[in-house]
Design a binder for this molecule. Structure first.
Ligand code: RTP
Ligand code: MG
Length: 139
């Protein structure tokens, strides 16, 4: 399997609770190399664009409100099979259904406030990474 990339955000709930360090440690220990990293905050327009695919879902307004309420950590991660392996590391969307030891099982409170984002395809990883990082911020 070739080395490739995924995109992640440590969401406002996990940042508020002081879990940035612990989550980055889990990510590094799982073999992901950090190719880009920053603390930032999305505007309402940013979140509406980033989550445009969910714009017709009933939770869209809540999702935009949540994702913009405080800073996030955005990162591009590199590893073999990065997209699938990262989604395994974070666990199911609903932390109640997430496997033991996963980031969402450890740090997420609910399906809405679930601590981390992980891209769902190589194509979306590239789009989402470019949404948050200029070329010169990617290593
Ligand atoms: P993500 O995109 O954040 O990695 O999460 P995911 O693929 O596991 O889940 P997705 O279906 O893409 O949903 C995106 C985010 O929307 C929020 N959500 N809330 N209240 C709800 O029923 C609900 N469902 C989804 C979550 O923050 C979810 O991660
Ligand atoms: Mg998703």
């Amino acid at each position: 399997m070739a080395t490739n990339r995924t995109f992640t955000m440590i969401k406002p709930d996990a940042v508020e609770k002081g879990h940035i360090g612990a989550i980055l440690e889990k990510i590094s220990s799982a073999g992901f190399k950090i190719a880009a990293l920053k603390l930032t905050q999305m505007t309402k327009a940013d979140a509406e664009a980033f989550y445009a695919i969910h714009s017709e879902r009933p939770f869209f307004g809540e999702l935009v409100e949540f994702m913009t309420r405080g800073p996030i950590v955005a990162a591009i991660l590199e590893k073999e099979n990065a997209v699938d392996d990262f989604r395994t590391l974070i666990g199911a969307t609903n932390p109640a259904e997430a496997a033991e030891g996963t980031i969402r099982k450890l740090y997420a409170a609910s399906i809405g406030e679930n601590a981390v984002h992980g891209s769902d395809s190589d194509e979306n990883a590239a789009i989402e990474g470019a949404f948050h990082f200029a070329g010169r911020e990617q290593f």
